[in-house]
Ligand binder design. Sequence first.
Ligand SMILES: Cc1ncc(COP(=O)(O)O)c(C=O)c1O
Length: 365
Amino acid sequence: MRETPDRIRRLPEQYFTALLARVAAAAAEAGEPLVDLGRGNPELGPPEHVVRALAESAARPDVHGYAPFAGLPALKEAIAARYREVYGVEVDPAREVAVLPGTKTGLMEFALCAVERGGTIVLPDPGYPDYFSAVALAGAQPGSFSGFDAPADAMYLNYPSNPTAAAAPAGVFAEAVDWAQRTGAWVLHDFAYGDLVFDGRRPQSFLSAEGARDVGIELFSMSKSYGMAGWRLGFALGSVELIRRIENLQDHAFAGIFRPVQEAGIAALTGPQDSVEERRATYERRRDRALSALDGLDARSEGTFFVWFRLPGAATVERLLVEHRVAVAPGEGFGTRGAGWARLSLAVTDETLDRGLERIAAAFG
Ligand SMILES: Cc1ncc(COP(=O)(O)O)c(C=O)c1O
């Protein structure tokens, strides 16, 4: 018998794979075309100059070998410049930045690099399901966030939050740093939706809290801010010690990122930034439409491209899917405290969103 190793067996069922399969099965049934507001896959690609930078770079003969394993220094400088100019944070590009093949990879690497087997990692509940995968892969135990008092070995934070669409509450990063200093734990802040905040809020980097870089890292993704989800490019920034461990792990497990992708990343970070604000404003406008269509429900969104809402009465996500042919993500898929809630995505066309909102409003009306 070729037994599956424990570390693979303990990986949780991939929540989004299961969700997509359920939606595909419902879509295949006879009836009105299904409206899918369940997934969070940006529908708007990067600006044209970024695509052009990729194409021009890929046309050169000298870019097809292995890229430097630790990433291009100019790419690290470009993200450091964004941190300085947009978030008001100085980072040392040489020692405080790692280039990642997407931040999903960084979520796994943090758990592997920060916590010994059997350790405890506190997770948001409800929270992004991949945090559970990271805990499982590292052979750690998940704990549910209930304030900054319990001892643990590490904590994942995520503002603005997927799925609750909450922006960072005032003082939360300072509290997290204080907790980490008291307990000796590491903190990861997942900033995947950092630039997508509404109602005049400013993006809030974890690294702007005093002492944050001594106790943790922040993950910045190119996926949401620049519409580059399929490109697989992101960063870890902060603790010199953790960055060193992550780069060491990447040296063993990966062999760098295709140079044209990195060069296009530089173009995205250093070129015109209007697309970032346009994207943010588009999601805010759609958020406004969604909240007004769901008037009377407990529906919230301070950022991200999601709206989080409480299912009224006997409504369920299953009934929305089967009886009303609109897919949303069930809250319990994000943790036990998500039960009775659902997440809808704004990362769809205006037409799809409007059709989906009409169906949800009709279902609850
Ligand atoms: C909260 C959160 N973190 C991280 C990621 C991963 O982003 P990427 O791997 O594309 O950088 C996602 C993607 O949906 C997300 O929703």
